[in-house]
Design a protein around this ligand. Structure first.
Ligand SMILES: *Cc1c(COP(=O)(O)O)cnc(C)c1O
Length: 356
């Protein structure tokens, strides 16, 4: 069935649904996708009519530039449903702005705002049943752009595809992670693409992370590329340190991804009267604080895991164990954030965006 709606999105509905074959209580992250996907091609210098169609494989020529040069950017966001069946996104304009910032750095065309929001809304309406209510349930949304032009000259492509796919997610209890402070490898460098959600940023972390995993760690906390003296990001998350009752997190720069969760944590800290310093965090100060007992917590912050507490860290062969706190900030911020996202708490900064 093909319908056209007033916003020009062509909709081809799926004839059946896969939803009954999905066990929503045992979801592995990012393995199952909803019935529909959003597709919009950039050709002849402009974005063409967007389309929503059944989720399916697609045909791309082997010479498409994305396969050779990694010209690709992405986003990660979530939709939440409250007990009345209302669906919300969390600060989606931040993701919209950021995918275009990333695209610009990768010499890709910006995507129109109306298409992004209409595409998201229409897709979520069609796949509404996939968004389960209740804290801990969400629909992970993955917008991304790839260079599709079949040409392997090392220059920016002239054809792209913008897509959105969705995957139901379940937040299980996140076990505190063991982390290694990076001493040799780097995630990003000055003047590079660290601030962009460029696909290649992840590929380059896999190998050093796998070495850390062989040593029994879950993640790496990345340090600055030139001196390895300052702590910057945790794997795929921003990172916070709690010394006594004060929070510290690194300032944004061109090596750090400007996370929506990070900036929300900073704002919530302000609202709660918790002191949060945004400044360089040195490895030596954190080790010192761990030694004298002032270091209470380290946690990562990002859309997928929300808040991910750290149990211990290693640097230069020394292992430090973090204490267990009755009044954990990790727990507090996770609760504050998820309650706003699920329409269970007041939203004084207008972060919720209702999909209707
Ligand atoms: C996406 C991402 C984050 C987290 O950003 P959120 O907007 O909070 O999800 C942090 N670091 C890196 C490297 C990322 O790619």
């Amino acid at each position: 069935m093909v319908e056209s709606n007033p916003n020009e999105i062509v909709i081809v509905k799926s004839e059946d649904t896969k939803i009954n074959s999905v066990d929503f209580n045992n979801l592995m992250f990012g393995r199952v996708f909803t019935d529909h996907m959003f597709v919009c091609d950039f050709e002849n210098g402009k974005w063409q009519t967007p389309k929503i169609m059944p989720y399916q494989p697609m045909t791309i020529e082997p010479s498409a530039r994305v396969f050779h040069y990694g010209q690709a950017v992405f986003e990660g966001m979530k939709a939440y449903k409250d007990d009345d069946g209302k669906v919300f996104l969390f600060r989606p304009n931040e993701n919209y702005q950021r995918i275009n910032k990333s695209a610009k750095r990768l010499a890709m065309p910006e995507f129109p705002e109306a298409y992004f929001f209409e595409g998201l809304k229409t897709l979520l309406q069609l796949d509404n049943e996939w968004i389960k209510p209740g804290l801990g349930n969400s629909l992970y949304i993955r917008p991304f752009v790839i260079a599709t032009e079949p040409a392997i000259a090392a220059s920016p492509a002239e054809a792209y595809r913008f897509m959105i796919i969705c995957s139901p997610a379940k937040a299980y209890y996140n076990k505190p992670v063991r982390v290694l402070f990076a001493e040799k490898y780097s995630r990003s460098a000055n003047g590079g693409v660290g601030f962009a959600k460029a696909a290649g940023n992840y590929a380059s972390q896999f190998y050093p992370t796998s070495l850390a995993q062989k040593k029994g760690f879950d993640q790496i906390i990345w340090t600055d590329a030139s001196t390895h003296k300052y702590l910057e990001e945790a794997g795929t998350m921003n990172v916070f340190f709690r010394i006594e009752d004060k929070l510290i997190t690194a300032p944004n720069n061109d090596r750090i991804l400007d996370g929506v969760t990070r900036k929300s944590v900073i704002q919530i800290a302000k609202d709660l009267g918790i002191d949060c310093e945004v400044r360089n965090v040195s490895v030596s100060e954190i080790k010192e604080a761990a030694k004298n007992g002032a270091l209470k917590e380290i946690f990562g912050a990002g859309t997928a895991a929300v808040i991910s507490p750290v149990s211990d860290f290693e640097h230069a062969g020394e292992i430090f164990k973090l204490p267990e706190n009755e009044d954990s900030y990790a727990k507090l911020f996770k609760e504050k954030l998820t309650h706003i996202q699920h329409n269970l708490a007041e939203d004084k900064h207008d972060w919720r965006y209702e999909v209707k």
